[in-house]
Design a protein. Structure first.
Lengths: 241, 868
């Protein structure tokens, strides 16, 4: 469990290896824990938390471990204590299904309340949870324009300037010396940035998948891959070596 | 094939198949039957004696013996070589009993099935029906026989439930499905015989565990039922004898044994060649011309290999030298079913001169007039070799002919050892092993689907199955808890429980969807995620045309490593990868000379413990070297001069420098899996001891580790103790720490999670297009391991991995064996024995730890680019 272990270590070792980038001219930092930090505005962005995914599956008869919510919140809490942001934006699919936030056990609810204390919290609605959150601090919205950027769950078709979106769970495959390694990544061409899924039980979709087609200027596209304890930046054209 | 041809084929097959059934024993000395009292003690019903007389045949001694015991009420294991008329022996008790019973008059009360025949192969169940119908019809017996497999139409299955046949031929999965049905009790209440074919191959797998639990339930539904096990020769017949009957704590219970010895000794040789035998590798390319000459000299040849990629390669190589245009075909499990059936039909009709095959052809069915078996690569186990050789000349009184083709020098020794073993009749079939917990979880849910169960009753039933005889009550409780709510310490899923306790204290399924889920997930064979591979044409300007023929299935993880334009071999063709469209992989014809080979996940057997011991024995004993080819003998002699040859129970460690690195090579001969685990553990320890190891590579015979510090010097000056390095305590904390990240364990977990019903099985063709609603087993594993490391499914995973992918028990035995017998040689140069493992360096997959290094390399490219 790399990110959870990293999150736990991070409390004691403060120097993370992040990758700096810009989105539509706004400086941004890709953190190996899977969060984006905008230093100028003090905003932390996370996407696709998919909280209560285990419970959502259990409701359908698949008894996945009930620990995903706690694990994801533990990592989120490490991010927040590192950056102490003014604003936290959760970019949609905050919960794995519509009733997830209403049915969430109280102890997780209070963890979020503690994290949100003293800062602004925005829940962007996603396709899994279009009705917003129940009984949680913060504001729900379909999209948010803030500091020259627009935050929404699903990326718009075509190239976009200044869009930060989630939904697709981007991952990139690096190939070197006949070996292939796939990792979740931040994907940006300088105009838009797609966030990796933050939820610890959420998978990834390759940047070459047809769902990604037309979203980026591939000549400028860089994948910031989440390694064990740092972010590795690789140009799209160089991924396959 | 035209309809007329097909009919002719079928007739031909029927004629051939009928023969081994009632084959008269012309050479009685060759089928000595043990423990036979007297043939006169059984009488056959009139239609049988008349039929035998008409044919001029007489039943074989072991067939009558089995009948006598069955009529005496005993369950029996029949061990006999191929072609001994095993199948008829198995059915004789049930056919005679049904004949005496006569037809059930119309209007009688419902009668359930009389005999259940279970085979590991669908095709075998279908074949047997054909073979059995012929004598039954000729004798005019009042017996109905039907098969039931996954391919049986729904209407027929429904009808079978209402109006069952006397004899039902089926597979373990179908038995589980029938038992999980509400009608199970009615359907099986009259069951008298259960015939288990190819039992030796069934019992050692999870399928065997599943079937053993099914059998336990059948015994409860029909307390008087008798079992008849049919098996090839095995190392421990008693394990199978126990498997066949209900076990009781502190009581020795086992079925009787009828053993038919031998058959004709096979004529096995190692390929004689003038070519240089390579030091390493598995392709056996050097031998292709010699192999081809053998094909020309024989009517029909079966070529066996150990992996699907070897099959592809061998097939390819044979076609490049096939100047006579011999009809040569390819048969392996990833090929499209239609293709495989075509090959099988052509084979049975004697239209092929050779078939290159993997284990898919290991079992059961006989394949036309094969007069030669060639085994390319070492057989890895003496019993496996015997099975495969049995495919040639399917009559037990004529010797089969086989040629072994070792791919490298160690394999020469291994082949020689296997050859010796075959002559002395040694057996190294794997043990039955403790019943898997994931299979138990599946079974518990199935039993709840059949009818509400009482936990104590079900426990008693389960431990009556021999693989589960040692299951503790506590573990059973945890499994039931797992089935109900996932068995987590954090009890948040009570309201979603799949099975619940009724007011009377019995467990029942919560809703009908649960039973449906059970049926969809049933089974113990979990394939890696696969995609269909489709042929496409490349049009003008590289445009890809619409899909053509489906060639078969390829593992998704393999495809992930390919970029469009990469070439690989599949279905005997060199293909160019074009990309993935929806849920299909597309490829076009390529003309590359240097294709990448599909690196399939499965299919590589580790060297068996028995053969490993034989190879060590041969290495230590120069008197046995005269059987080896000159070049191999020279190799061993130079090794003896330059370094040394270890004694049978000794572990040789060599250290030597090479380039800027220091190497350590160990020769445990315990198989690749155990060596891989050992390599992981040793590098951790060497790291701690300051040897700065950089990597390792494992083969079936040896393990090579390299690093920055001179390990030879460290041993010499006492900074590194080999006794400490190889101490058994590595199987404690070091193992645990490594397991945390091991991808091998993740793969095992995925299989367990599917079988246990934690995650849903993928159904090929039924996946949703685009983004699937699936959940990654790796991620579940990570979350579960960090929060509840003692969860029952993680325990099941460790138990599985210990005996499977990690081979930990074997590693443990080895560490015990070599204690106090480690010999170190510090050399200036690489030794002859070390060459094979050194040649493997760089061919291994990247372990988890090294993955980040490659990512860093890729990221450095970006930095270099920026700096330029």
């Amino acid at each position: 469990m790399n990110r959870l272990a990293l999150a736990r270590d991070m409390l004691s070792t403060p120097a993370p290896s992040c990758a700096d980038t810009t989105v539509n001219g706004v400086a941004a930092v890709c953190d190996p824990l899977g969060a984006l930090y905008l230093p100028d505005s003090g905003v932390v962005v996370v996407s696709d938390l998919h909280l209560e995914k285990g419970a959502a599956f259990a409701r359908r008869g698949m008894m996945l471990p009930p620990y995903d919510t706690l694990a994801t919140l533990t990592v989120l809490s490490a991010v927040i204590s590192r950056y102490d942001p003014k604003v936290v934006i959760s970019l949609g699919d905050n919960f794995h299904d519509r009733i997830g936030s209403a049915h969430m056990p109280a102890e997780f609810r209070s963890l979020i309340t503690t994290m949100a204390c003293g800062r602004e919290w925005i829940w962007i609605n996603g396709n899994h949870d279009p009705d917003g959150t129940v009984d949680l601090p913060g504001t729900c919205a379909d999209e948010l324009h803030y500091g020259g950027l627009v935050f929404r769950h699903e990326p718009r078709q075509g190239l976009q300037k200044g869009e930060i979106a989630g939904h697709l769970h981007p991952a990139a495959t690096v190939r070197r010396r006949e070996k292939a390694i796939r990792r979740p990544c931040f994907a940006t061409d300088g105009g838009r940035l797609l966030m990796p899924a933050f939820g610890l039980m959420s998978g990834g979709l390759d940047l070459r998948h047809k769902a990604m087609r037309g979203l980026f200027d591939r000549t400028a596209l860089v994948a910031h891959l989440m390694g064990r304890d740092r972010v590795y930046s690789v140009r799209f054209g160089n991924l396959l070596g | 094939m035209t309809a007329a041809e097909r009919r002719k084929n079928d007739e031909y097959r029927r004629a051939r198949r009928a023969r081994p059934f009632f084959f008269r024993c012309r050479l009685p000395s060759l089928c000595g039957v043990n423990q036979i009292d007297t043939e006169a003690s059984v009488t056959l019903p009139l239609p049988f004696t008349r039929w035998f007389a008409e044919k001029g045949w007489r039943p074989r001694a072991h067939q009558l013996e089995l009948l006598r015991r069955a009529e005496g009420g005993d369950s029996t294991l029949l061990i006999a070589p191929t072609g001994a008329g095993k199948t008829l022996a198995g059915f004789l008790p049930s056919l005679t009993d049904l004949t005496r019973r006569g037809k059930i008059p119309p209007g009688s009360a419902f009668t359930g099935i009389h005999t259940l025949y279970v085979s590991p192969l669908k095709a075998l169940a279908v074949d047997i029906e054909r073979n059995l119908m012929k004598p039954v019809e000729e004798m005019g017996l009042p017996v109905t026989i039907e098969n039931r497999t996954g391919d049986t139409p729904v209407a027929k299955r429904q009808r079978q439930k209402l109006n069952p046949p006397d004899i039902l031929l089926t597979t373990p999965e179908q038995v589980a499905l029938l038992l999980a049905n509400k009608e199970a009790e009615r359907f099986f209440k009259d069951l008298k015989y259960v015939i288990l074919d190819e039992l030796h191959s069934l019992v050692t797998s999870k399928r065997g565990h599943m079937l053993s639990l099914g059998l336990a339930r059948l015994r409860r539904l029909a307390p008087k039922l008798q079992t008849i096990g049919l098996s090839a020769t095995v190392a421990e017949p008693m394990e199978l004898q126990q498997w066949l009957v209900a076990q009781q704590p502190d009581e020795d219970r086992h079925a009787g044994l009828v053993l038919v010895e031998g058959g004709a000794k096979p004529n096995i040789s190692i390929l004689k060649t003038e070519e240089r035998i390579p030091w390493a590798g598995h392709s056996a390319k050097y031998a292709i011309p010699d192999v081809y000459r053998q094909l020309l000299d024989h009517q029909t040849t079966l070529l066996f290999v150990n992996t699907r990629s070897q099959a592809e390669m061998l097939f390819q190589e044979l076609w490049t030298v096939n100047e006579d245009n011999l009809p040569i075909a390819l048969h392996h499990g990833s090929l499209d079913v239609g293709q495989r059936r075509k090959v099988e039909a052509a084979m049975a009709a004697n239209r092929l001169r050779a078939v290159v095959a993997t284990s898919t052809l290991d079992l059961g069915i006989d394949w036309g007039d094969v007069d030669l078996v060639i085994h390319v690569g070492a057989p890895k186990g003496a019993s496996r070799l015997a099975q495969r050789i049995g495919r040639a000349n399917h009559r037990m009184d004529e010797p089969s002919k086989a040629i072994l083709v070792p791919a490298n020098r160690f394999e020469v020794m291994e082949c020689q050892a296997a050859l010796d073993a075959n002559y002395i009749g040694a057996q190294d079939t794997p043990p039955v092993g403790a019943g898997a917990l994931d299979v138990l979880a599946q079974h518990v849910l199935g039993m709840a689907c059949a009818e509400p169960f009482d936990m104590l009753e079900l426990y008693d039933e389960v431990i009556s199955a021999s693989p589960y005889a040692d299951l503790s009550w506590e573990t059973f409780e945890r499994i039931v808890d797992f089935v109900a709510t996932g068995g987590y310490a954090l009890r948040t899923y009570e309201r979603y429980a799949r099975i619940r306790r009724t007011p009377e204290g019995r467990w029942r399924v919560s809703n009908p969807q649960v039973a449906q889920q059970y049926r969809l997930n049933l089974g113990t064979i979990v394939e890696s995620p696969m995609l269909n591979l489709k042929m496409v044409k490349r049009g003008q300007g590289g445009r890809i045309g619409r899909g053509g023929a489906t060639l078969g299935k390829v593992e998704e993880y393999f495809l992930e490593q390919l970029a469009p334009g990469d070439t690989f071999i599949f279905a005997g063709k060199v293909l160019r990868f074009e990309g993935i469209r929806e849920n299909e992989a597309l490829a076009s014809q390529a003309f590359s000379l240097d294709p990448r080979i599909p690196a399939y996940a499965g299919g590589k057997f580790p060297l068996s413990t028995y053969l490993a011991d034989q190879v060590r024995g041969m290495l230590a004993d120069p008197d046995r070297w005269h059987k080896l080819p000159d070049q191999v003998r020279d190799w061993l002699e130079i090794q003896r001069d330059k370094s040394m040859l270890p004694k049978r129970d000794e572990l040789l460690i060599e250290t030597f420098p090479r380039g800027s690195r220091a190497y350590m090579v160990a020769y445990p001969f315990e198989g690749r899996l155990a060596h891989q685990t050992l390599g992981m553990l040793l590098t951790r320890r060497l790291e701690r001891m300051g040897a700065k190891p950089l990597g390792f590579v494992a083969t079936d015979y040896s393990l090579g580790i390299w690093g920055l510090e001179d390990m030879g010097l460290m041993i010499a000056n006492g900074r590194l103790s080999l006794a400490e390095l190889f101490d058994e305590d590595m199987l404690g904390d070091d193992l645990e720490a490594w397991l945390a990240e091991s991808f091998l364990l993740k793969r095992t977990f995925r299989n367990c999670a599917v079988i246990a019903g934690l995650i849903e099985r993928r159904h090929p063709g039924k996946e949703k297009t685009g983004r699937q609603v699936t959940v990654s087993a790796d991620l579940i594993y990570d979350v579960l391991r960090s929060h509840e490391p003692d969860h029952i499914l993680l325990q099941a995973t460790r138990q599985d991995a210990a005996s499977g992918l990690l081979d930990i028990s074997r590693l443990g035995d080895m560490l015990t064996r070599i204690k106090g017998h480690i010999t170190h040689r510090a050399l200036d140069h690489i030794s002859p024995l070390a060459v094979p493992v050194m040649l493997e360096i760089g061919k291994e997959a990247v372990p988890g730890e090294a993955q980040d290094a490659l990512l860093a390399e890729a990221a450095d490219d970006l930095i270099a680019e920026a700096m330029a």
